[in-house]
Design a protein around this ligand. Structure first.
Ligand code: C2E
Ligand code: CA
Ligand code: CA
Length: 396
């Protein structure tokens, strides 16, 4: 269905859809009539191309009414408005749980439309599998049975492409389900008081691995994710320090990445723990900077050494003026405060070029290397050195 108050646009887009192979294309020039059709045809799989600006009922109002009809089809937004309005509208549609394929700027071209529809068929052919949820007892047993293993993702210098360190990312090697990702069990661990036990295993394994690499002649910085819940325990700083001493790894080589995913009512204990970690010479990183509570007030209050710019401001930022502006502002802020800055989510060569041109120091992402078991790191390093040989930049 095409819904647009301009008759010419209706004809044009309908024609394009027919050329793309859609057998049945209906057009409406007002929201009310279109809604009636939707109400009567709820059994059909429908794609609606919706103009945002219409005189009687505008696109956003139309979407709200679609939600009331439990619309289960897909939607593409079309408008001559500026990119930011279209982006926000698209986010709003998704927040209503309507499958939005994307947005198109007027005038719509055949290339744009066909690319977006192709994407839709791709999505249809890979339906998202509902993620399994686990019970707390299962996770408890997994921790005790040593089923949690660490993966490591390389962090490289942007100027020289040299490997600087790795970030530790936990995985659950489930005996039946295979590799389970942290978004399926970190929250569970936090809610049920298992996060300390989980972090102890992750930290111990990471430090033992760091020492192995050191012995093999590979001096790497090891980053470890720390939950805000870990920091509510006064013994956490002593625990990490003891583990570092036991493993024989200097705290200076250990970066603790902190994200505040929920609001902490009482900041006193976390602040004490973080300050004591700094006094013991561990290094602290503010993770996912620019999102949630990972923000300016934290920069002011906590002595961070490193700032990681959230992936959402890096990946594909060349197409997104707002994301790029936030990226550059975060980078400048980190640099002004004397912090090391890492760009996360560098997914392709274009992201890498953007980061490289921006004078950001370090980068991490699928383009460089995905998280991998420790044993794969030497092979990755050999491949990376081939692919991106270190090229020292001549200082002006
Ligand atoms: P994070 O700390 O922000 O870690 C980065 C996540 O982004 C990782 O997901 C990583 O695999 C993924 N990633 C890396 N490069 C790219 C890229 O180029 N593109 C995209 N789209 N993604 C990329 P993962 O491993 O699933 O971890 C998710 C989150 O779980 C982590 O986010 C972290 O907050 C948490 N987490 C992981 N391990 C631990 C842990 O040991 N303790 C705690 N408390 N949290 C952990
Ligand atoms: Ca992290
Ligand atoms: Ca992050």
């Amino acid at each position: 269905m095409v819904l647009d108050d301009e008759t010419f646009m209706l004809k044009l887009v309908a024609h394009m859809l027919k050329r793309l192979g859609f057998k049945s294309v209906i057009t409406y020039d007002n929201g009310l009539a279109a809604l009636e059709w939707v109400a009567l045809n709820s059994g059909q799989s429908t794609l609606i191309l919706l103009d945002l600006n219409m005189p009687d009922m505008d696109g956003m109002e139309f979407v709200r009414k679609l939600v009331a009809l439990n619309y289960a089809g897909t939607l593409i937004l079309i408008s001559g408005e500026d990119e930011r309005i279209l982006q926000t509208a698209e986010k709003l549609v998704r927040a209503h749980n309507i499958n939005a394929l994307g947005h198109l700027n007027k005038p719509v071209t055949m290339e744009q439309l066909s690319a977006m529809i192709d994407k839709s068929f791709l999505l249809q052919s890979q339906p998202e599998v509902a993620k399994k949820t686990y019970r707390v007892g299962e996770l408890h047993a997994a921790i005790a049975n040593g089923e949690l293993i660490n993966y490591y993702q390389p962090k490289v210098s942007v100027t020289t492409a040299m490997l600087i360190g790795v970030e530790t990312l936990v995985r659950w090697q489930h005996p039946v389900d295979g590799l389970v990702f942290p978004d399926q069990f970190i929250g569970l661990a936090e809610e049920h008081g298992l996060i300390d036990a989980l972090s102890e295993v992750v930290i111990r394994n990471a430090l033992v691995q760091a020492k192995k690499w050191l012995t093999a002649g590979l001096h790497l910085h090891i980053a470890i994710n720390v939950s805000m819940n870990n920091l509510t325990s006064l013994t956490f700083a002593d625990f990490v320090y003891q583990e570092a001493v036991t493993a024989g790894v200097s705290p200076l080589d250990i970066m603790l990445e902190v994200t505040e995913s929920r609001l902490m009512l009482d900041q006193r204990i976390p602040l004490e723990v973080l300050t004591r970690l700094r006094l013991k010479r561990f290094r602290l990183s503010i993770d996912d900077f620019g999102t949630g509570h990972s923000s300016l007030a934290q920069l002011r209050d906590i002595p961070f050494d490193e700032l990681k710019i959230d992936q959402s401001f890096v990946r594909g930022a060349r197409h997104d003026d707002t994301a790029r502006a936030i990226y550059h502002a975060s980078l400048a802020l980190g640099q002004q405060l004397g912090m090391a800055v890492v760009a996360e989510g560098v997914e392709d060569i274009e992201d890498w070029k953007m980061v490289r041109n921006s004078q950001c120091e370090q980068a991490q992402g699928y383009f460089i290397g995905s998280p991998m078991p420790a044993t794969d790191l030497p092979q990755w390093l050999a491949d990376w050195t081939q692919r991106m040989p270190p090229t020292p930049v001549v200082q002006p």
